[in-house]
Design a protein around this ligand. Structure first.
Ligand SMILES: Nc1ncnc2c1ncn2[C@@H]1O[C@H](COP(=O)(O)OP(=O)(O)OP(=O)(O)O)[C@@H](O)[C@H]1O
Length: 717
């Protein structure tokens, strides 16, 4: 147990005060739900408050915290071009519609009563007051027409408003993600926060909330108008207030009994360590994801996967569900509640009471059957609207919180904090390179306890060519990542031109450095964009892109591709096909065959396959895009996938590109590169063991010399 606790507890230095730690049993309640472990934070100050009340208080607290963001949203929406006018028009249409509804409600009260009287008179006396009948019918028609026109105006403005707001917030949320650094963007809690606040492609959080606020207002207005009608109508009755109270009670009761499952509140987290469940989900992902298909087919894994998956599903049974489903089943109560029966009977109560009172005091009953009908109609209409309002307000806290969540993602702090000094002071100095010094640098990746650099110190002078060599996992790439300031050291400091790297403005540092990582990726864009993005300032300069491709040794094979530089390495958007499966027959008996349609539409049939070396050349071309205004070039195994001739050509071109700039390579290969290096850092297991030129290290006869000899022997053998 102790061992387990030690394994999962983070060191106290990393645990900021007040952070929820699911492993701390004194503050956390643990519940096992199927394959899931649910951990809920125990709030000591609320121990005596019942759960439902605490949830309500939390909702209120959450709503209060959202108000400043609501105001921010409203002012931001108003500042979007032309939104203000559209918004004013939309609001006008809505309020006028409400106004017409109010008139409508009064009309119904005033004239519908008369209409019913007309009918009653017609039945009793066989005469009709045509003038009143005409007035009633005409006013109802006009009211209907006006509210229809206003509804049309409202729908006419709805679309442009929604679209403008959507576009505005799409860019904002794109920016919110794009600005995050590597450690922040690899934090799963941050990713969840971003996913939770993301907007759909059809509507934005802002618009949903604007509509919600307006709908609430209009329901409020409608309710007020119905209320005034109700008061007028029932004021004259002996049991008016009683009837109003009963309908009110019914609406309240219905709202309470309709409540869904108990939801989790407060701070909680759920995880699963069930290996069987994890394995089954892993296998499901494996067969779904195209990238594993090669291995599944070549390794003949299909049969094995099917039987393992089948067994896992059998063994897990109903437990193999996502957390929320498991929780829902866990908390759902299937009891028949008395309150549901009560709610149903309460609905009828106003009418029953009315009738009973009518029998009890026959002299007080409404003058006609028509009035009785009208009263019951208006009462139930009022309680329906009241219920609607309850419904709408039920989700207000959640909706308003979504505004807060959205704005909070805009200001998620980056782990790597920006400096404020410009770099360099003199732009021309970059041509002479940049000096880099590590002083007692130690480093652990976020969330990991393993030290991957231990007390590393070295200095690379301006304009030097440095090669970092060492075994797999010794920490070479990590040094380059720290130089690029993707992370900050856990201990010690890094100096750039003798000043702390943390003091410089990050955009300046990034402009002055060009880095090719070993685990480079290709963007789901065209080859042209993949190369062009090496220099965002010239990303659309076709000539520069072609020149960079030439220097990166990629131009020849790109030009041979059907679509040349416009080829997409990975299609970001899938083609869409009809539902009819290939090979079946259509209604007219023709066999369903997509190839001719695909050919005519010039559609992609298979993803473009490029070799590892070709991919690496594209990545290299990206770094060649940026040669001006750069003082430091870092390459992590740039020739790992290149053939010997291509590697030779590459180093020649890099030599030309370098001029007097500082250049750092990380490599396993001890060849031409190390021989010509000004400095070699030989690493093993998180530390630098040897530091010097090739000749110095060979003379020393240490680890570097031993591996050099090994490689030379393998070559000669
Ligand atoms: N994002 C990460 N999170 C946690 N640990 C990591 C991460 N990246 C690398 N490591 C660990 O850091 C150590 C050093 O990795 P690094 O990539 O710097 O080694 P390397 O010398 O470049 O290896 P190679 O020659 O295989 O490229 C390794 O033990 C690796 O597992």
């Amino acid at each position: 147990m102790l061992k387990r606790a030690r394994r999962f507890h983070r060191p106290p230095t990393e645990q900021p005060e007040g952070t929820f730690d699911p492993e701390d049993t004194s503050k956390v309640r643990h519940t096992k739900i199927g394959v899931w472990d649910l951990y809920e934070q125990i709030e000591p100050s609320f121990k005596l408050v019942p759960g439902f009340l605490q949830a309500k208080l939390e909702k209120y607290h959450e709503m209060k915290g959202s108000f400043p963001y609501v105001w921010r949203m409203l002012t931001e929406v108003a500042s979007i071009r032309a939104c203000w006018w559209l918004f004013a028009g939309y609001f006008q249409a809505l309020t006028l519609k409400d106004f017409s509804l109010r008139i409508d409600a009064e009309q119904i009260y005033r004239y519908s009563g008369q209409l019913l009287n007309i009918v009653q008179n017609a039945v009793q006396h066989r005469t009709v007051d045509r003038h009143v009948l005409f007035k009633v019918a005409a006013s109802r028609l006009i009211c209907g027409a006006v509210s229809r026109v206003l509804r049309y105006g409202e729908s006419l403005l709805y679309r442009p408003l929604n679209e403008r707001i959507l576009r505005h917030y799409a860019v904002q949320s794109f920016r919110a993600r794009a600005r995050l650094d590597v450690p922040t963007y690899s934090d799963s809690a941050i990713l969840r926060q971003l996913d939770n606040s993301s907007t759909s492609s059809r509507t934005s959080v802002a618009w949903t909330n604007v509509v919600m606020i307006l709908t609430l207002l209009s329901t409020g207005v409608e309710l007020a108008s119905q209320f005034s009608v109700l008061v007028n109508m029932l004021g004259a009755q002996r049991d008016g207030p009683l009837l109003a109270t009963l309908s009110f009670g019914h609406a309240l009761f219905r709202k309470k009994t309709d409540k869904g499952m108990t939801s989790l509140h407060g701070v909680w987290a759920a995880t699963t360590k069930d290996t069987e469940y994890l394995r089954s989900i892993g296998m499901a992902k494996m067969v779904h994801d195209q990238q594993h298909r090669k291995e599944i087919v070549a390794g003949g894994l299909a049969e094995y996967l099917v039987s393992s998956y089948g067994q896992a599903v059998q063994r897990l049974g109903s437990n193999a569900v996502h957390f929320f489903e498991a929780y829902q089943v866990h908390t759902r109560s299937n009891r028949l509640r008395l309150s549901t029966f009560l709610s149903d009977s309460l609905r009828e109560l106003p009418q029953i009471v009315f009738t009973l009172r009518a029998v009890q005091y026959p002299s007080d009953i409404p003058l006609s059957l028509a009035s009785l009908n009208l009263i019951t109609q208006t009462t139930s209409r009022f309680s329906r609207t009241l219920f609607d309002l309850f419904e709408q307000t039920g989700s207000v806290a959640e909706n308003l919180a979504s505004i807060r969540k959205m704005y909070e993602t805009y200001s998620i702090p980056n782990v790597v904090v920006d400096g404020n000094k410009p770099f360099p002071e003199d732009q021309r100095s970059l041509d002479m390179g940049i000096s880099i010094e590590f002083r007692n640098v130690s480093f652990r990746y976020p969330g990991s306890k393993q030290e991957v650099l231990r007390n590393v110190s070295f200095k690379i002078q301006q304009g030097q060519l440095c090669v970092i060599v060492g075994a797999n996992g010794s920490g070479k790439s990590t040094i380059l990542k720290l130089i690029a300031r993707l992370y900050d050291p856990t201990d010690g400091s890094i100096l750039i031109n003798d000043q702390d790297i943390r003091t410089f403005q990050l955009p300046d540092l990034r402009r002055a450095t060009s880095v090719l990582f070993q685990d480079y990726t290709h963007f789901p864009l065209s080859i042209k964009d993949n190369i062009g993005l090496g220099d965002p300032n010239n990303a659309r300069d076709e000539e520069k892109i072609r020149e960079a491709a030439r220097l990166g040794g990629a131009a020849d094979f790109i030009e041979r591709l059907d679509e040349g530089f416009d080829t997409f390495l990975e299609r970001p958007v899938e083609d869409v096909y009809s539902q009819l499966p290939q090979g079946t027959k259509t209604l007219f008996g023709r066999s369903v065959e997509y190839s001719s349609i695909r050919f005519t539409g010039n559609m992609t049939t298979h993803s473009k396959g490029l070799s590892g070396g070709q991919m690496q050349r594209i990545a290299l071309s990206r770094t060649f895009m940026r040669s001006e205004g750069v003082g430091l070039l870092c390459f992590d195994e740039p020739s790992a996938s290149l053939d010997p001739a291509a590697e030779h050509d590459l180093f020649e071109r890099l030599r030309l590109l370098r001029g007097n700039k500082t250049m750092i390579f990380s490599s396993h290969r001890f060849g031409n590169l190390t021989r010509h290096a000004d400095r070699i850092l030989y690493m093993d297991d998180a530390v630098i063991l040897e530091d010097g030129t090739h000749d110095e290290l060979m003379k020393k006869g240490g680890g570097y010399a031993k591996i050099w000899m090994l490689q030379a022997q393998a070559f000669l053998a």
